[in-house]
Design a protein around this ligand. Structure first.
Ligand code: AMP
Length: 214
């Protein structure tokens, strides 16, 4: 099963991706995670991306397309397929992805768009904490770890991302509002788009996603 997840910051992409990964063995590929890793390692790409990410702006298409092409080329996805999280975010990225998937003989099964009202996103994003090692995402009130501040999976101290503040979120949402409708139209026209209500508990949302992909 090969999926794309669309949705603004706080829509639940990362949380739902982890659930699909556990149940179906799909490999999550998150451009945000790959970029944050490049920043941590201080690579050339990381140096270019860091100030843009910090400001909640998009990293240029050619850079993100480059890391996705590299990741798809590296393979090792197993039989479960792939789940793209946070990519594509612009129409040129969607078009480039079509080419890259065709090149690797990968057929897209569904594009899941998680729909969440903006006031809910603010609460989710400002309360979000994540594990820098495994990427698992928590919320201080609605989805806390068993032990405060520590990842359930690997015991790593949880962090709050630099861009998970109300001001940075507003900037990220502005970008999202202009670009994502074009990406959705691209996939709607090909009958691949499933718009999923992203409100409710992670399990409730997951049940809707399962229904859409099965
Ligand atoms: P995310 O973890 O998906 O919220 O991404 C964090 C940040 O990484 C975004 O605010 C962008 O600065 C950058 N980023 C991630 N994915 C993309 C993409 N597909 N295109 C451009 N920038 C991206």
């Amino acid at each position: 099963m090969n999926l794309v997840f669309l949705g603004p910051a706080g829509s639940g992409k990362g949380t739902q991706a982890k659930k699909l990964e556990e149940e179906f063995g799909v490999t999550q590929i998150s451009t945000g995670d790959l970029l944050r890793e490049a920043v941590r390692q201080g690579t050339e790409l990381g140096k270019q991306a860091a100030p843009l990410m910090e400001a909640g702006k998009l990293v240029p298409d050619e850079l993100v397309i480059g890391i996705i092409a590299e990741r798809l080329g590296a393979g090792g996805f197993g039989a479960g397929g792939i789940l793209l999280d946070g990519f594509p975010r612009t129409l040129p990225q969607a078009e480039a992805l079509d080419g890259a998937l065709a090149h690797h003989g990968i057929r897209l099964d569904k594009v899941i768009s998680l729909e969440v009202p903006e006031d809910v996103l603010v609460d989710r994003v400002t309360g979000r904490r994540s594990c820098p090692r495994c990427g698992r995402v928590y919320h201080v009130r609605s989805n806390p770890p068993a032990q405060e501040g520590v990842c359930d999976v690997d015991g790593t101290p949880l962090i709050q991302r630099d861009d998970d503040t109300a001001e940075k979120l507003e900037q990220r949402l502005q970008v999202f509002r202009t670009e994502i409708p074009l990406v959705k139209d691209h996939y709607r026209g090909r009958g691949l788009l499933a718009e999923i209500d992203g409100l409710g508990s992670p399990d409730e949302v997951y049940a809707r996603i399962r229904e859409a992909v099965e």
